[in-house]
Write a protein that binds this ligand. Sequence first.
Ligand code: SAM
Length: 285
Amino acid sequence: MLRHLGLAPRKGLGQNFLVDRNIVAKILEAAALSAADTVLEIGPGLGVLTWELAQAVRSVMAVELDTGLVGWLGQLFAGQPNVHLVHGDALSVDLADLLAAHPPAPGGSAKVLANLPYYITTPLLMRLLEEELPISLAVVMVQKEVARRLLARPGTKDYGALSVAVQLRAQPEIVATVPPGVFFPPPEVESAVVRLALRPLPQDAGDAAFLAAVVRAAFAQRRKTLRNALQSGTGPWDKAAVPAALAEAGIDGGRRGETLSVAEFVRLSAVLQRFRRPPEISNNP
Ligand code: SAM
């Protein structure tokens, strides 16, 4: 098909096209689609998944960056009014607007499906989670090593800021591990289909941006104790209050940040928010 279109896979755009129907079926099955749902697809490529989605749901919003592929997709879906193609970068397209323009029918929900271009996996997942988009579920193909990070437990080497960000707002599950041969061209690594059932941030977490800053600080210097990490970073809290905040949250400051559970991060952040540092005033007019 690519040859016929005069195109070649572009490594820089993470183009590894699915060529195995079983995997397409697994992704669709994990999404438990209903006819009332809408789906945001990131990187439709040649449209293998998009085609199936168009038959199964109310509307599909498909965001593709590659001009050549957008041309082809325009032809393929010319007769399908429920497919809305967006030519753009999924990291900068206004996803909230797009989802609002194509809402699900009563009883349905908005979902994200994607065989992700691997170079945007982390920023895209962070967007989906932190922008609090009205999405109930995401089923994404990611590198296996990233899948491990999404599911990692405290104290393991894979546990990091991404694990906490995801587990705060979603229940992640590996649906399938996928060998390179199901793609053309085959990538150098194994992949995995991950299902993320989204849920709102716990209410006691308070300010989400503040919590994200606490998590970032805790993982910024993995070899430091939590107390030192929180006192040496640029987080928006009073550094002198860190020992008292840790004591109040019932967390030993001598531990390393990477040993804290998601619930402990929420508790610590809630206490530290009471010791918020006033914003710095710039001397520049
Ligand atoms: N969905 C197709 C499939 O499964 O065969 C293609 C998947 S391929 C791994 C990733 C797709 O994302 C490519 O079509 C690529 O051009 C597109 N892409 C890459 N970067 C993108 C970006 N920043 N925004 C939107 N699409 C992007």
